[in-house]
Design a binder for this molecule. Sequence first.
Ligand SMILES: Nc1ncnc2c1ncn2[C@@H]1O[C@H](COP(=O)(O)OP(=O)(O)O)[C@@H](O)[C@H]1O
Ligand SMILES: O=P(O)(O)OC[C@H](O)CO
Length: 496
Amino acid sequence: MKKYVIALDQGTTSSRTIIFDKEQNIVGVAQKEFTQIYPKQGWVEHNPMEIWSSQYGVLNEAMAQAGIRADEVAAIGITNQRETTVVWDKNTGVPVYNAIVWQCRRTSNICDELRAKEGMADYVRENTGLQIDAYFSGTKIKWILDNVEGAREKAEAGDLLFGTVDTWLLWKLTEGRVHATDYTNASRTMVYNIKELKWDEKLLAELNIPASMLPEVKKSSEVYGETNINGVMIPISGIAGDQQAALYGQTCFLPGEAKNTYGTGCFLLVNIGEEMKLSNNGLVTTIAATSHDKVQYALEGSIFVGGAVIQWIRDELKLIYDSKDSEYFATKVKDNAGVYVVPAFVGLGAPHWDQYARGAILGLTRGANRYHIIRAALEAIAYQTKDVLVAMEKDAGIELQNLKVDGGASVNNFLMQFQADILDRSVLRPVIAETTALGAAYLAGLAVGFWANEDEVKTKWAVDGEYNPKMAGEDRDALYAGWQKAVGRALDWENK
Ligand SMILES: Nc1ncnc2c1ncn2[C@@H]1O[C@H](COP(=O)(O)OP(=O)(O)O)[C@@H](O)[C@H]1O
Ligand SMILES: O=P(O)(O)OC[C@H](O)CO
């Protein structure tokens, strides 16, 4: 009897496996951090083999820990850090280079050249929904083909495959039988036409990427293939990029429903339904996950450094030992004493899209202490979210009544209360905070009939933490004005 769905959640800093039963209880979890590789300033890589081994390791560990047999598993869903680019040899299965991570800035100059071409920025925006930025996969693929010895020749001979992390894991899980991705991941590559739902020939030619490298693009909720676990073939029947999976796991199935995930970065997405709309305010348009046949779109505000600013406070500044202590220290002072931290460590994403912005601490006086800096770092996460929420409401023509939240940093009560105050909206954190994994499980489970439909899965969404705004309007305005001034100072800093 099939009792469980397994979600593989391959994130930027760790690989996780979560097992859900039919009532959406978590019955098994295993997690493993893996190596972050920083070969040069601004460059970020992962070892694709370590991504695979850590993910496969936690799959086995979670099953063993929960005492689950393979024949009890109805389906597996995959959700992943998006845009991160893997290129491998299809004959040997060996990657030709490390995975170039979404945060990596090495292709900023390729983006500058592309943007300088007349009409290119508009073409990219209108057809892929994206901004030209080193964040997305397209220029990362080009970099590998141009810089790894022999790669271009092999790619042109049809021997190399490209994949985002979902595709890489799927290919490994199916022992090289399936080379595919889903709409949500394809929509993050900057070479996928989200209007026509096909790889964009003009952009492939522009970046000199052979079409033979590209995976087949499928629905987020359908059977992709099967993986052999202890002699049992289990369908892999759900795939979505982690932010779209979280939107789905938060049951934002209808236009106007939104969530913000506070992980390494922060990603605010609103479902805009079946009609593609472009942003006029610095957001990107992307494909949302759905179990329906027709695609749905979302507007997204991608913030590159969210919870990662707290890791920086911990690991680089050594102001705290544990991320969770940030909450205690932030509340030891009554305000930020005029201090602002702008965590533009890898440039700024939405709504500024400045590859050359860099981090700054502003407003220091002789009385500023480490608590103010810790508090300012947490506040920066909330201000950045406000920047994208303001843009989103203008674009989508809606006013959100409240904001659904999730992700590692959403457990921080100071941050969530400050977020409610600075937005002047209620912030709602669900009981099942593992919404990314849950979204992947929904997609996989719905495809094989484990759950009947979206109405059935939706019944379980319930609030765990509710934070209501308490701040006076003039305080909110003054704090936010200070933030906007601070961001202005961090823009266009690094030499081009
Ligand atoms: N209590 C906390 N307060 C603030 N930030 C936190 C807290 N706990 C974790 N974080 C931050 O959340 C991030 C981890 O969240 P997670 O959702 O696991 O991220 P990812 O999926 O990007 O790997 C880290 O950047 C960490 O610094
Ligand atoms: O792995 P996360 O949770 O930091 O998410 C990363 C995003 O998918 C990048 O676009």
